[in-house]
Write a protein that binds this ligand. Structure first.
Ligand SMILES: NC(=O)C1=CN([C@@H]2O[C@H](COP(=O)(O)OP(=O)(O)OC[C@H]3O[C@@H](n4cnc5c(N)ncnc54)[C@H](O)[C@@H]3O)[C@@H](O)[C@H]2O)C=CC1
Ligand SMILES: O=C([O-])CC(=O)C(=O)O
Length: 383
């Protein structure tokens, strides 16, 4: 069987396909689009993506101010070519041919607000952007099956044309609802592939690692902590019982670490006192997750990150957990847990592993809130 994937828009000119050819197999061309690129997260994220050698083309889109950000970041002497796109009329150009689309567009919290308080504004923003992604970001993949070689060297081919969407990294809050909104929009457009839609919960992992290292007095670079569930308050469930390196922390210390991880976003919102929420640490976390997606697309083995994806790990349709580097279909429920990433997006949604009694209790407590946020997103998208 000869299998060849031609990544390109159906509407793209053939020169585009050639430009994205296979001459440099080791580091393929990859286009990353950032939507909301002129914002508090968008700007440092644009900088970090410009520093990523896996990116060959960086498209920066916002409703305003992107030309300046693109000119600034574009002067950095790294591999990628940078282009800025401003206003809805340019959204299509920003998205065309993108392999990874990162969405930090929308309003951030102010003190006293929950992430869900952002729903009314951000749900509409995310819906509109996802409609554009569904329109401009499918890649055509042609699988050619070598059917038969007979005596006279007659060769028969069977072609199978498939549509694949770019990998979508959703940062905009409330993530617990914006990911289901995106899923519904893609379903309506006929472009939904659960392996290719991710809620970015990496910042929860980043925080859990930092707080654990401080408390356990272990080198932060060596720390691993899975964080599962969702991305708001008690739906964020760090699994400190699985943290490595192991440390002998008391129940009270684990409870305090859990609460601090769950309230990490609020800690920043309050410290910024009305000037927004986490931007720098979020840009860092977003860059880590996008890098994992690019590595997965490029075929690197064993790329595992936590992400909020469609999942069957629990009865909830979306759930965050570990994902193995890949992009294959999950099933009907989402919960945030580790996923393995690969050429197609999610290759495998990894299980939760053994939970402590405290974590089991946390898991049961988070389900009603997460379920209702998922339903709210689905309802909005179908109005
Ligand atoms: N997933 C996570 O862990 C985190 C998520 N967030 C969320 O990220 C979002 C962005 O936060 P910030 O960058 O601090 O906000 P910001 O207000 O500084 O930037 C948002 C940007 O989005 C742009 N924008 C608004 N509507 C748009 C549209 N239709 N198309 C494209 N761009 C549009 C704005 O012009 C602005 O430049 C918020 O919803 C925030 O809650 C923030 C931190 C962590
Ligand atoms: O707390 C917020 O509003 C922003 C966010 O999601 C985070 O920092 O985790």
């Amino acid at each position: 069987m000869m299998l060849r994937s031609i990544k390109s828009l159906a509407t793209s000119p053939s020169s585009h396909i050639l430009r994205r050819g296979y001459a440099s197999e080791a580091v393929p061309d990859r286009k990353v689009a950032v939507l909301g690129a002129a914002g508090g997260i968008g700007q440092p994220l644009a900088l970090l993506m410009k520093l990523n050698p896996l990116v060959s083309s960086l498209a920066l889109y916002d409703i305003a101010n992107t030309p300046g950000v693109a000119a600034d970041v574009g002067h950095i002497n790294t591999r990628s070519e940078v282009s800025g796109y401003s206003g809805e009329a340019e959204l299509g150009k920003a998205l065309e041919g993108a392999d990874v689309v990162i969405i930090p567009a929308g309003v951030p919290r102010k003190p006293g607000m929950t992430r869900d308080d952002l729903f009314n504004i951000n749900a509409g923003i995310v819906k509109g952007l996802c409609q554009a992604i569904a329109k401009y970001c499918p890649h055509v993949s042609i699988e050619i099956l070598l059917k038969q070689v007979c005596l006279y060297a007659t060769v028969k081919f069977d072609g199978l044309v498939k549509l694949y969407l770019a990998l979508v990294n959703m940062i905009s809050n409330p993530v617990n609802s914006t990911v289901p909104i995106a899923a519904e929009v893609f379903k309506k457009a006929g472009t939904y592939d659960p392996k290719r839609l991710f809620g970015v919960t990496t910042l929860d992992v980043v925080r859990a690692k930092t707080f654990y290292a401080g408390k356990a007095k272990v080198p932060v670079a060596e720390v691993n902590v899975p964080v599962v569930g969702g991305h708001a308050g008690i739906t964020i469930l760090p699994l400190f019982s699985q943290a490595t390196p192991k440390a002998n922390l008391s129940d009270a210390e684990i409870t305090a670490l859990t609460k601090r991880t769950q309230d990490g976003g609020t800690e920043v919102v309050e410290a910024k006192a009305g000037k927004g929420s986490a931007t720098l640490s979020m840009a860092y976390a977003g860059a880590i997750f996008a890098d994992a997606c690019l590595k997965g697309l490029n075929g690197a083995p064993d790329v595992v990150e936590c992400s909020y994806v469609q999942s069957t790990i629990t009865e909830l349709p979306f759930f965050a957990s570990k994902v193995l580097r890949c992009f294959a279909p999950l099933s009907d429920v989402a919960l945030w847990y580790p996923v393995r990433l690969g050429k197609n997006g999610v290759e495998e949604v990894l299980g939760l592993g053994p939970l402590s009694d405290y974590e089991k209790e946390g898991l049961e407590k988070l389900k009603p809130e997460l379920q209702s946020s998922i339903e709210k997103g689905i309802k909005f998208a179908n109005q």
